[in-house]
Design a protein around this ligand. Structure first.
Ligand code: 13P
Ligand code: ZN
Length: 272
């Protein structure tokens, strides 16, 4: 059997976590990623009925993720270290038949476990898979300007979305469905997981006020690109705050949506 450390899945996560660390988004153990992997791919590396140990989930997962495999960053692990030692900082788990346990196939070498945000990840995967069966990646990170912007605005997703769309012409093109917004909540809980997943019905990105952001995508690049575009736009917003002379006109935002045939989030742009 092939060595999982050499797999494209581990390589992709190791490269993106190093990149995200370099962006300054993932201080200490900040941030976490989960990546859905098909059983036929897992079979190239492991027998699918032999597990290192079982880790309780702490909640009952949705039917749709039962028996599925996820490559997940470990709790307390530093993004900057994943590339140096993937087997210590990542784990590959299979969700059990009773949906209450994660069977560990590989990783968390020193006895660690999946991220404390796994409820938000798994619940978001379940919702996204129902919306779009190609969605494989949930990514959580702490991008500085997005957090600043959330602290300066009411916790209102129409307001937040409008400010983003009015600051950068790429914004409406990359996330026409807008950004979901949660108020400041206690992280690492099932409650924040449920609230995040609820937003994932209609958005691929969700801002956690005073904390960070969640992004969903078909692959690592797409989830990262989404977050990267929000963060770049938030940076433009924060750097120009109080000085803006040329705000993007509503007609340009409407024109971009028409040009790219996009369904915009309702209520953000007047007359749409
Ligand atoms: P973990 O170390 O458990 O992944 O937590 C990091 C984090 O970003 C919490 O929101
Ligand atoms: Zn976090």
């Amino acid at each position: 059997m092939k060595d999982f450390v050499e797999s494209r899945f581990v390589k992709e996560v190791a490269e993106i976590t190093a990149n995200m660390y370099r962006q300054g988004w993932d201080e200490r153990n900040g941030g976490n990623i989960s990546y859905l992997i098909d059983e036929e791919c897992v079979r190239e590396y492991f027998p699918t009925d032999k597990f290192i140990r079982d880790i309780p989930l702490g909640f009952e997962a949705d039917d749709i993720v039962k028996g599925r495999y996820f490559l997940v960053t470990g709790t307390g692990k530093y993004f900057k270290n994943v590339i140096k030692d993937p087997e210590e900082n990542l784990g590959l788990v299979k969700i059990s038949e009773d949906k209450k346990t994660a069977h560990l196939l590989w990783g968390y070498r020193s006895g660690g476990k999946f991220t404390s945000e796994f409820p938000a990840h798994l619940m978001s995967h379940a919702v996204r898979l129902k919306v779009n069966p190609s969605n494989r990646v949930i990514m959580h990170t702490h991008p500085t300007y997005t957090i600043c912007m959330g602290a300066c605005l009411p916790t209102d997703e129409v307001v937040f979305t409008r400010k983003l769309w009015k600051s950068n012409t790429e914004a409406v093109v990359v996330f026409p469905e807008g950004i979901g917004v949660l108020p400041c909540m206690i992280c690492g809980t099932n409650e924040i997981g449920e609230a995040t997943a609820e937003k994932m019905n209609t958005h691929r990105i969700v801002s956690w006020t005073n904390h960070g952001i969640y992004g969903a995508g078909n692959d690592i690049d797409e989830a990262f690109g989404l977050i990267e575009t929000v963060e770049k736009t938030a940076q433009i917003y924060m750097l120009t705050l109080g000085h803006v002379v040329n705000e993007i006109p509503d007609e340009v935002i409407i024109g971009l949506a028409k040009l790219w045939n996009l369904k915009m989030m309702d209520g953000v742009i007047e007359g749409e």
